[in-house]
Design a binder for this molecule. Structure first.
Ligand SMILES: Nc1ncnc2c1ncn2[C@@H]1O[C@H](COP(=O)(O)OP(=O)(O)OP(=O)(O)O)[C@@H](O)[C@H]1O
Ligand code: SF4
Ligand SMILES: [Mg+2]
Length: 363
């Protein structure tokens, strides 16, 4: 599934296996946690790719691989056409500036003993070339202003802020080096629902202002919809369906996506009454012991014998190939079928630009 614009980041066959070992003296390898097990996608310039999936499916591991916080077991990551997977030293440092991460939990990801100024300016310690020493304070104040915080707060500590404000601090730090790509790993999941929309709106505004491309990770499909151009659904270390947001939300063809969508809250009571809840059988299998064939088959209500034998490729299913309709997007299922699960959306959910965050509730 191609991005809507020229690709800035391309991921092919990305794998991260954590070896399982036993014994202290004679360490024995006993299999591996297959956290990421063959992920492919491309992110277009200025685009937002949402990645969703249940806890433990490998979302954060993908995020860490993209930001070079982990080394992949196999596969490649390309930035603007250049393979950056195995860079080291100065070349790696130069690329890392361009791909920054915003973390999930604003309560634990900010060092409580550092002032906001030190936190937001910390990337300049690692990349002193990005801001001369005498300029840093002003730069940090500008960044605070950009994310809707009072620049006068520069000497305060994280505990003096609400959750939403703290996430704004994390975003300001992510912007310090003027990256081109931001990987946001569940940036609003730890926040109050009322504050989530403000932070999503802020990210939206910053994207336009700084020409950013986003990988936006969440477990909640409803949050991702409002910020994403395209959405990829992950299950047990792989993407099982990916497409433009309307294709995924209104024309899902993979049974797992359909099940996830059937659990999304629907505000309209009448629509809620008529929608079908798909309850999945059993638990997610362990990533140390992934089922043969289709990895979703142990929970899929449509599973057949072929599903245990053959791994379904992530591609446009043959039945939709000639239709060119919205169901013709990549879906890793031998028996892909269109099934509308959520009622059509009414009105744009994105709302105006956020003002100062001083009023963000206790997040
Ligand atoms: N350093 C590690 N060593 C061993 N296993 C790991 C390591 N990091 C992650 N895992 C395992 O890899 C799998 C994927 O973890 P990951 O954190 O990427 O999932 P996630 O989709 O981000 O989940 P969540 O929604 O809970 O944040 C999990 O089974 C996790 O326990
Ligand atoms: S390939 Fe088979 S088990 Fe997998 S999602 Fe499709 S029908 Fe279900
Ligand atoms: Mg995670």
């Amino acid at each position: 599934m191609a991005p809507t614009t020229e690709p800035i980041l391309e991921v092919g066959g990305l794998v991260k296996h954590y070896p399982l070992t036993r014994g202290v003296v004679f360490r024995k390898h006993e299999g591996a946690v297959k956290a990421v097990d063959g992920v492919d996608f491309a992110l277009g310039r200025g685009e937002t790719l949402g990645i969703v999936g249940e806890s433990g499916c490998g979302k954060s591991t993908v995020a860490k691989l993209l930001c070079h916080l982990e080394r992949p077991t196999a596969g490649a990551i390309r930035f603007k056409g250049e393979d950056i997977t195995r860079l080291s030293g100065r070349a790696l440092k130069a690329v890392r500036r361009n791909i920054q991460m915003v973390f999930q939990d604003p309560y634990t990801s900010l060092n409580p003993r550092m002032t906001v100024g030190d936190i937001v300016g910390e990337p300049y310690d690692i990349h002193p070339e990005a801001a001369p020493k005498g300029e840093r304070r002003r730069r940090v104040q500008e960044l605070l202003d950009v994310v809707g915080l009072d620049p006068e707060y520069i000497n305060r500590y994280p505990h003096q802020f609400s959750g939403g404000q703290r996430q704004r601090i994390g975003i300001a730090r992510g912007l310090a080096l003027r990256p081109e790509v931001i990987v946001a790993d569940e940036p609003v999941s730890a926040l109050d629902v009322s504050v989530q929309a403000q932070v999503v709106n802020l990210l939206d505004r910053l994207q336009a202002e700084f020409d950013l491309s986003y990988v936006f990770i969440a477990h909640d499909l409803s949050i991702v919809r409002h910020i994403s151009d395209r959405v990829g659904v992950m299950y047990l270390g792989r993407i099982v369906e990916i497409g433009r947001d309307a294709e995924i939300y209104d024309h899902p063809t993979h049974p797992y996506t359909q099940a996830l969508l059937s659990a999304v809250p629907v505000p309209d009571p009448e629509a809620r009454e008529h929608r079908e809840r798909i309850l999945l059988a059993g638990d997610v299998p362990s990533p140390t012991n992934i089922p043969s064939g289709c990895r979703f088959r142990t929970r899929c209500w449509k599973a057949q014998e072929r599903c245990a034998r053959e791994v379904p490729a992530l591609a446009v299913p043959a039945v939709f190939r000639d239709t060119r309709g919205p169901a013709a997007h990549d879906s890793a299922c031998h028996f892909a079928e269109e099934k509308r699960v959520v009622p059509p959306e009414e009105g744009p959910p994105r709302s105006g630009t956020p003002g100062r965050a001083n009023g963000d509730g206790p997040g």
